[in-house]
Write a protein that binds this ligand. Structure first.
Ligand code: HEC
Ligand code: HEC
Length: 256
């Protein structure tokens, strides 16, 4: 569907004045919801000043919609990475894998989106239909191709050796106890770096820097080192990774 303003307005006004008509079959209905969600996602009327849409911060990048500007925000303002209270912007690619929403780990995506519209964008209270359409759109967003791992995140037979070694280490170091296949996340929160946040998914993680909830790490390697040390302490066997171990883990994560 071309994202022309007129089509966009048409969809939006239809949404505001009338309940969404049930399509003849459910897959038509699903497609309509995704298209409606896409229009809303690009709609600046969801923000108080009419200047920001969801796509302002989750733009189309590399041909896929709903990625991240890789900025750290407080409200609508870009702040320095690592700033107190700042939150780094997750990609929405592969969101269908996730079980918790926002760094705080809300149980439903609808709750999360409502909070973003009302609190971050200071926009009007969204309707149930708007939330459902935005959800349908976000759940339709694909992940980039991952030639070296299968759909569960396990390396394929001809994956490079560092990716294979990294995967083994991912288990040996206990990363999988929180970042569980196939979503590479889990339904828990931990205080790793000063605030209790959810276990984020590691799919497409190479594209989501700066890393950690406040964007404090510019290098994926630094996030991995912190996680290693945290987990080693947690199980009572303090250690730091070697450069080789770090490189292998990063190679595996970059394959996701
Ligand atoms: C000003 C930038 C900005 C705008 C505008 C914005 N977001 Fe976000 N989005 C963020 C940031 C930053 C986070 C992480 C915030 C947090 O968890 O505290 C986030 C998190 C999310 C998440 C949670 C993803 C996950 O994996 O946990 C969803 C879903 C989402 N946004 C959807 C939307 C939708 C839908 C809109 C439009 C209604 C929108 N965002 C508008 C910056 C933005
Ligand atoms: C006890 C649970 C737990 C274990 C074990 C764990 N992680 Fe994490 N991981 C988290 C949490 C929670 C965060 C978010 C931390 C933050 O942002 O403050 C995180 C964040 C990350 C991030 C940054 C993601 C992003 O989008 O910013 C990476 C990369 C990562 N972990 C990799 C690993 C690796 C590799 C291991 C094994 C060495 C590992 N984790 C072990 C819970 C865990």
């Amino acid at each position: 569907m071309p994202k022309t303003p007129s089509r966009h307005r048409l969809l939006l006004s239809a949404l505001l004045v009338a309940p969404i008509p049930l399509a003849a079959n459910s897959s038509d209905h699903e497609t309509d919801m995704v298209e409606l969600g896409r229009a809303l996602f690009n709609d600046v009327n969801l923000s108080a000043e009419g200047l920001h849409s969801c796509a302002t911060c989750h733009p189309t990048t590399m041909g896929l919609e709903g990625h991240t500007t890789n900025n750290t925000y407080i409200g609508l303002d870009i702040v320095e990475d690592g700033a107190e209270g700042g939150r780094s912007t997750p990609t929405l690619w592969g969101a269908y894998h996730r079980t918790q929403w926002g760094w705080a780990g809300l149980p439903t995506i609808e709750q999360n989106i409502r909070g973003i519209i009302v609190n971050r964008m200071r926009g009007p209270e969204p309707s149930e239909e708007q939330l459902a359409a935005l959800t349908a759109f976000i759940m339709s967003l694909p992940l980039p191709e991952t030639p070296f791992v299968d759909e569960e995140g396990t390396p394929v037979a001809d994956a490079p050796e560092d990716v294979q070694r990294g995967f083994e280490l991912f288990y040996e170091a206990g990363c999988n106890s929180c970042h569980m296949q196939p979503g590479m996340e889990s339904t828990a929160v931990y205080d790793v770096a000063g605030v209790e946040v959810k276990v984020p998914s590691l799919w497409a993680v190479q594209h989501t820097g700066p890393w950690f909830h406040d964007g404090r790490y510019d290098a994926l390697e630094d996030a991995v080192r912190t996680m290693w040390v945290y987990q080693a302490d947690r199980i009572g066997e303090p250690s730091t990774p070697t450069d080789e171990q770090l490189a292998d883990l990063v190679a595996y994560l970059e394959a996701l």
